[in-house]
Design a protein around this ligand. Structure first.
Ligand code: NIG
Ligand code: FE
Length: 400
């Protein structure tokens, strides 16, 4: 047994996914304690209530104890990097300009096709070390830098086989960009639909980059519906640069989340509000696109659409830190600390269908916990640019 005690604040987040603005409550226990047996949480309360004879104890005096961060949108597996493109962006080239020049996603596709599984694993593990050290205990990871059967499969196998305390949930993102071998997006979508049966057992979710100049709303519908036939749950990259009706498709196909949503129109938002879809917002992406326009988080919350946050970790937006994302969410999207914390833990878990297992500190849940050097939760978002994480517990074991 492991006992964490004397937490200045224990954020339990008890009570299930948050939707309405008034539901974003952290459920704080002052001088809190958590008792862990094996990989499970067995008791939660004040330090006084939890007097026990655990073999191991952690004194969290002056620190906050909360659920490990869940990062529900990452492109963790890739080869190479694209630091020079940041400076092209400074010169005025847009994200889609760089893609059209054969850079961006297509450049990472060339590097990833050429890389061995071992090489991809070594690179990914380094990033996973950073993620864990920064408090992330579970992350979604996408394929999408193969755009052919062989490499998409290779990426998903890497996600499955990699050995690391950080838990990964795999997403097939075959339709991420149009590779030069195909004359048009329609032909490519036909090909990718044929790839689905070969990778169906390696992924939980299926995703597409639905965007003007990439894949249309109707192509997205067709491809996501095909994925559903093989048991994959739809997700979508939507409204990042333009709203071309992708969130409507997402709702119609029953997607678990729609991600990015910088440009989501009023009508699209109202359509989303009638469903259970989660809005996964990625503020580090506009930040790295040198844009001043962020997703309208306040309006999503006002509409009762559950909001999650994620890094979008990829060679265009190279961060492993959910603490950085929280800071951007607070300062750029005007989310409160409570909202940003819930969006990075419990609602993020819901965005990958894992809210019954992780995302809060409740009896029976998996013991995924972080201890932060902060006297209260409001320091998240406020004390920025450093790593506040002191310890990380994954499945009941101290892993950092
Ligand atoms: O979510 N926008 C599309 N896909 C990724 C970026 C991938 C890349 O640039 O390598 C995203 O931002
Ligand atoms: Fe993405």
């Amino acid at each position: 047994m492991l006992l964490i005690k004397n937490a200045s604040q224990l954020l339990t987040l008890e009570g299930g996914i948050r939707r309405e603005a008034e539901d974003y409550k952290l459920q704080i226990i002052e001088n809190g304690a958590v008792l862990i047996d094996g990989d499970k949480i067995v008791e939660v309360g004040t330090t006084r209530e939890l007097k026990s004879s655990a073999e191991e104890e952690i004194d969290a005096s002056g620190q906050i104890v909360m659920p490990g961060f869940v990062d529900p949108h990452t492109h963790l597996i890739f080869a190479g990097s694209r630091e020079d493109e940041l400076y092209l962006k400074l010169k005025g080239y847009s994200y889609l300009d760089i893609l059209k020049m054969g850079g961006g996603i297509l450049r990472t596709v060339r590097a990833t096709r050429a890389a061995s599984k071992e090489q991809l694993m070594v690179e990914a593990k380094k990033r996973m070390d950073y993620m864990l050290a920064n408090g992330t205990t579970t992350a979604e990871a996408k394929s999408g830098y193969g755009l052919d059967l062989e490499t998409e499969k290779k990426m998903l196998e890497v996600i499955k086989e990699i050995q690391h305390p950080l838990e990964l949930v795999p997403t097939f993102l075959g339709a991420h960009a149009l590779p030069s071998e195909f004359k048009d997006s329609g032909e490519f979508i036909e090909y990718m639909k044929g790839v689905i049966p070969h990778i169906k057992d390696l992924a939980k979710f299926i995703d597409i980059f639905c965007e003007k100049g990439v894949f249309s709303a109707e192509e997205s519908r067709e491809y996501l519906e095909e994925g559903k036939k093989f048991g994959l749950i739809p997700k979508i990259h939507a409204d990042e640069i333009c709203d071309i009706g992708c969130t409507r498709v997402a709702v119609d196909v029953g997607a678990i989340s729609a991600d990015h949503l910088v440009k989501t129109s009023k009508e699209s938002m109202e359509y989303m509000a009638q469903s259970d879809i989660i809005a996964t917002l990625l503020p580090a992406t506009p930040y790295m696109l040198l844009s001043h326009e962020y997703a309208p988080a306040r309006r999503f919350i006002e509409h009762g659409i559950p909001v999650a946050l994620a890094t979008d970790l990829n060679p265009n937006c190279y961060t492993e830190s959910m603490q950085m994302v929280i800071s951007l969410a607070v300062t750029q999207m005007r989310m409160s600390a409570e909202e940003a914390i819930i969006a990075s833990t419990l609602n993020a878990a819901a965005a990958i269908g894992m809210q019954d297992k992780i995302g809060s500190i409740e009896k029976g849940k998996q013991a995924d916990i972080v201890i932060l050097d902060a006297p209260n939760y409001m320091h998240l978002g406020y004390h920025f640019g450093v790593n506040l994480v002191k310890r990380v517990i994954k499945r009941g074991k101290i892993v950092y």
